[in-house]
Design a binder for this molecule. Sequence first.
Ligand code: C2E
Ligand code: CA
Ligand code: CA
Length: 556
Amino acid sequence: MKAHIIDERIIELNSLFPGAFCLLSKDDESFLYVNEQLVELAGYGSPEEMMKRNPDFRDIVLPEDYHPLEEIFSRNEIDAVTRTKQLHFRMKRSDDTLLLMDGVMKAYRLQSGHNIWMVYLIPIHAASDRDPVTGLMGPETFYKEARKVRISDSLTEINTFHTSIYFNISNFKLYNTCHGREAGDLLLKKTASLLRTYFPTALITRLTADNFAMLSMKNDPKEAIECVSYQLKSYIGDPSIALKAGIVYPTREITDSSMNNISHFTDLAHLACESIKNDASRTWAVYDDSMGNRVNNRNFVMSNFEIALKKGHIVPYFQPVVNTVDGKLCSAEALARWIDPDRGMISPANFIPFLEEARMIPRLDYHIVRETARIIRERVDQKLPVIPCSVNFSRVDFDMGDPFLFMEGIIREFDLPRYLFHIEITESALTQDDELLRHQIDRFREAGYEVWLDDFGSGYSSLHVLQNFNFDEIKIDMAFQRTKTEKSRALLSSIIALAKNMGLHTLAEGVETKEQADFLKSIGCEKIQGYYYGKPMDKETFLIHCNEKELYRRAE
Ligand code: C2E
Ligand code: CA
Ligand code: CA
């Protein structure tokens, strides 16, 4: 034993550690000292026997697990603030069985001037908690270990904390479908092994399916994330399937207030990861508070939506659509508004995406259609003038139910003609060769409803949509009003001309100024919708507004 170079004090101090422990020379990772527990775990009779059979630390490590450790050993940092490093490996025992070990180690300079590693090890007994697919520690162990690390973070002087990272393989299901389950498992294995390679000191677990959580030592993990993602990309060979990461840098404040709540950080990292799910250009996102607000909003929507529907807090507002030729009203668009007694008006942007995600949007859309029909019926009964209303349907409505049959039911229930309803379907709802939607659109039109293409020009495949689906009218996206260049004017003129050639009616959205309205009229756009003629309003305000602005046609 080379214990003579070691202070007795070090061994004494470390004998307080309730587990396996050893000291290694920092030059060659040879054993300087092993304690009784380690000798016992490794299955030897004495420290001498163990060190004779295994002179170096690597001799007790399964070779394939040694590679990530090698990187830690090779780093040449040694000073008072050297941070602890995490270790995970399978230990080879004297009888050739394997034992999973987790631990930490720290570099240290002895009084004699020698540099050593102090290595503390704990066997992971909860082998059932180990992920059989990737070999990573199970979530339960992860949370347990992570909590310990976090506590030790809060005790250190340095203001750096471990970073929480969440990983997800976007479109992993697609990979499984195309290549089979076995290949899917291999991809998970590959991901785990790359994560281990690039984050040798991190705690890593697979939470579910293709979701990984990590607690990393790196101050800046972005480069390592890019490397893992890059390597995976070439392994997968399909750009639509890619690794995404969400990063949370804990500050001392949040760490102190919710130090033990590791799952809280994992949730936040998850949110950051979700925020770039559909952004092909991004690999990682750092959590910020706006993402937290999003969770709050989502929670609010999910727990209050049904009650709000029942209490009548969700109502249609109406925005006028005006004919450019005579400046008179030709229809209105019904737009959902949630008027909460405490929070005030909640805009659709703050609840529709969550309802779509949760596939609850049909509840909203059918409610808005029904309320709109009720309002039209009232006006017919009161012998007031009525105008057609357009209603919005989401893609999810068509996937989950039959909006056409629903509309037919409404027509019968309120005894109204079909021409009073225009169906708006947004361009982004339509994918290539979408038989279902093509059929649904035709069915609506054959029955006598007008079907309008919403947000035309906002996607990548506008012309393809025009070619493959039959619409009555296109609503040109409001983005076209925002730019005033010669080019954008030319583009608008060509869109109008193109639509005319194809026998489509035209409506421009988001028109706010007289200048925009005049230009649209001059190039032959038939209808205008926008703040210039009125914002969305509740049904009473809509009546007053249209009377004041003399938008109603006299004959009506
Ligand atoms: P959209 O269908 O494109 O509706 C037009 C949006 O533009 C409305 O926002 C409207 O208030 C706004 N807008 C109209 N004129 C102007 C203008 O001149 N300038 C500006 N800056 N904005 C204007 P809103 O009501 O917030 O609705 C946002 C989106 O939410 C709608 O876009 C639609 O996609 C969706 N939505 C609203 N109500 C419903 C609904 O009942 N069902 C479904 N599925 N989606 C709905
Ligand atoms: Ca719309
Ligand atoms: Ca629109």
